[in-house]
Design a protein around this ligand. Structure first.
Ligand SMILES: Nc1ncnc2c1ncn2[C@@H]1O[C@H](COP(=O)(O)OP(=O)(O)OP(=O)(O)O)[C@@H](O)[C@H]1O
Ligand SMILES: [Mg+2]
Length: 228
């Protein structure tokens, strides 16, 4: 079992004036090699769910086991390492460093691995070429388009060859052709046995044969199937 959530609750600002109960009794199982898609309206808790699976923070209560690790039992530095070694996260807001180049951004996750700059750059260039943005490698991230940023974020998530890929609205900034290309690259990763969890509103994604299971989030609740 790659992802196992049981009765997970997540509160933001618990006990405060701006308390939000973002996940309500969420249970989810994702097997190794499975592709799961989560749809749902804005504010329903999709990014929060992905952040917990991505080990960015533990649930407020409930059990979360990701790639064999129970999150609430791990100290921060273990979580960071676990995340780096196993998980590729494509963030909704990209989380790229705008003041450095495209190539520098996507090779950053390789730094702790102790490989040479030449090897890092080679790997980075290969990925950029696959994603059709090789010509942007030297550009600062704040000087490229939204669709290009989306692809840089995808490249950065894939560079460490993660076993678990989490993609938060990955086609939101891509046109139809690039969205199809993205789905093709996900199909190839699925064929390699990767586990993938995608959140999306995009019908291209939610109805695609890539997805083994579709879930719908509504006001913090997760339900199997299409409930809209
Ligand atoms: N860091 C935070 N602090 C406080 N509240 C938050 C935080 N992040 C999200 N929330 C709240 O938690 C709820 C779920 O948010 P979340 O971002 O998970 O929804 P979403 O389904 O991803 O929405 P969207 O489709 O707009 O990306 C929302 O009410 C949101 O306002
Ligand atoms: Mg979101």
């Amino acid at each position: 079992m790659q992802v196992f959530l049981e009765n997970v609750h997540k509160y933001y600002n618990r006990g405060g004036e701006r308390e939000v109960h973002a996940l309500k009794d969420v249970s989810l199982r994702v097997k190794e090699g499975e592709v799961v898609c989560v749809q749902g309206p804005s504010g329903s808790g999709k990014s929060t769910l992905l952040s917990i699976i991505g080990c960015l923070y533990p649930p407020t209560s409930g059990k979360a086991v990701v790639s064999g690790r129970q999150l609430s039992r791990l100290p921060d530095h273990f979580l960071t390492r676990h995340r780096r070694e196993n998980i590729g996260f494509i963030f909704q807001r990209f989380n790229l460093i705008e003041s450095i180049s495209v190539l520098e951004n996507i090779t950053l996750p390789l730094l702790p691995l102790g490989i040479t700059p030449k090897q890092r750059n080679h790997k980075g260039r290969e990925l950029l070429a696959q994603l059709g943005i090789g010509h942007r490698e030297k550009f600062r991230v704040d000087k490229i388009s939204g669709g290009e940023m989306q692809r840089v974020a995808i490249a950065r998530a894939l560079i460490c060859d993660p076993v678990l890929i989490l993609a938060d609205e990955p086609t939101a900034h891509l046109d139809s052709e690039l969205s199809h290309q993205f789905m093709e690259s996900m199909m190839a990763l699925k064929a390699q046995g990767k586990t993938i969890v995608i959140t999306s509103h995009d019908p291209l994604v939610t109805t695609h044969h890539l997805c083994d299971n579709l879930y719908t989030m509504h006001d913090g609740h997760l339900r199997e199937g299409r409930h809209q």
